[in-house]
Design a protein around this ligand. Structure first.
Ligand SMILES: Cc1ncc(COP(=O)(O)O)c(C=O)c1O
Length: 399
């Protein structure tokens, strides 16, 4: 039987093995730990959460950590604990997930966007100072894709103007730049344990702080402003608790902490796997016209946390490429379109597309390729081959 070429191509594509964007590696160890928690009386915040907090603080080399329900909550709490609210401005980046900016709005303050570096997509420290006004209270940088911002430059600016720094480290657990790790120079750093993150419990997050007084404020804000929690009552027996301040409901449960605990020991080996994949992607993508990579390293001793593997597609072809990859069963994502272009931000703050041209350009061209520790070299090569084929095809509208 004769099969015409397009039908044959369609047949081949429908038989392709799907390549997922991300696959978690939670398994037996996590199941065992959850079983252990289910055998205990306290399912809510307790011993397992405290153990996760200790392990995460030790990993990052900071004294204090609180596990919470999300990075969004951690950012919101940080702003509140630093006394930031209505009438205040917080400088941040538009090249991020919306939660970075919505946490500022939740606190009652106003996000002030500053454009980003063309090579990395990170907040451009060299133009931050021009955006500072008498209302500015903090800078909220994002270590985008896992590459740390220039924290030494940002700290110097913050110190000159008496500002706090809250780091959105949702993408960056293992990062290091110029000897600086997440949370080493910021008042707080906030992390996400969302379903596709380096460390995950489905939904969750953490906030780290170096100052004990700030940590104590965060602890109250995390759970209704109460001075005792269920685990204290279980340890000490019932005594009246008090509500000290207005607080929120951001506490992590022992069940989520049980999912996190076995993962700390695997952090570095999983980073090494992602680093090897990133190097292979970079080498294989090098000759493909129309593909650029963000900066891969800030210095020989620095560490890129490699949360995502973004590429930048030239000539306005990004959306076409995402669609055609999906047709070939390769799950690609966009992280992110610059958020000043989203309707809510345009309507509320009057932003125009051209206000942040570098963020717009990156947001219009960026595409995240499948990337997770257990991804095989073969799958990676298949992704690159598809990309190459798509970019060699003449541009064609896709439906
Ligand atoms: C840069 C950035 N900030 C904040 C968040 C919010 O994290 P969560 O979902 O844990 O609230 C995310 C989540 O993807 C993110 O990518």
């Amino acid at each position: 039987m004769h099969i015409s070429a397009p039908v044959e191509a369609d047949f081949l594509i429908s038989n392709m093995r799907p390549i997922p964007f991300y696959r978690h590696d939670l398994g037996e160890a996590e199941l065992e730990m959850v079983k252990e928690v289910l055998g205990q009386p306290i399912l809510t915040t307790g011993e397992y959460v405290e153990r996760a907090e200790r392990m995460f603080a030790d990993y990052l080399g900071v004294p204090h950590c609180l596990c919470v329900t999300s990075c969004t909550g951690a950012l919101h709490m940080s702003l509140l604990a630093l006394g930031i609210g209505p009438g205040d401005e917080v400088i941040t980046t538009p090249m991020t997930f919306i939660a970075t900016a919505t946490s500022i709005i939740e606190a009652g303050a106003r996000p002030i966007f500053v454009d980003v570096e063309p090579a990395s997509g990170n907040l451009d420290a060299s133009i931050v100072e021009a955006a500072i006004t008498p209302r500015t209270k903090a800078i909220l940088p994002v270590h985008l894709f896992g590459l740390m911002c220039d924290m030494r430059a940002l700290r110097a600016i913050a110190d000159r103007h008496g500002l706090a720094i809250i780091e959105d480290s949702a993408h960056c657990v293992e990062g290091l730049r110029d000897g600086v790790r997440p949370g080493a120079l910021g008042e707080t750093a906030c992390f996400s344990f969302y379903a596709t993150k380096t460390l995950t419990c489905g939904e969750g997050g953490a906030v780290i702080a170096r100052d004990v007084a700030l940590y104590e404020k965060l602890r109250l804000l995390r759970l209704h402003g109460m001075n005792k929690i269920a685990a204290d009552r279980a340890r000490e027996g019932y005594t009246h608790w008090d509500m000290i301040v207005m607080g929120w409901k951001y506490n992590m449960s022992n069940i989520e902490a049980a999912l996190l605990l076995p993962q700390f020991a695997r952090l570095d080996s999983k980073l090494a796997q992602r680093e090897a994949l990133a190097r292979r992607y970079a080498a294989r993508l090098a000759g493909i016209p129309g593909v650029r990579l963000p900066i891969q390293s800030t210095g020989p001793n620095d560490v890129h946390a490699r949360h995502l593997f973004p590429i930048w597609i030239a000539n306005g072809r990004r959306d076409e490429v995402v669609t055609k990859l999906k047709q070939r069963r390769v799950d690609a994502m966009v992280n992110y379109r610059s958020i000043h272009l989203l309707n809510y931000f345009r309507d509320t703050f009057g932003f125009k597309a051209e206000d942040f041209p570098i963020a717009k350009e990156i947001g219009d061209s960026t595409l995240s390729l499948p990337f997770f520790p257990a991804m095989s070299d073969q799958d990676l090569d298949t992704v690159v081959d598809h990309l190459h084929t798509i970019l060699e095809e003449p541009r064609r509208a896709v439906g």
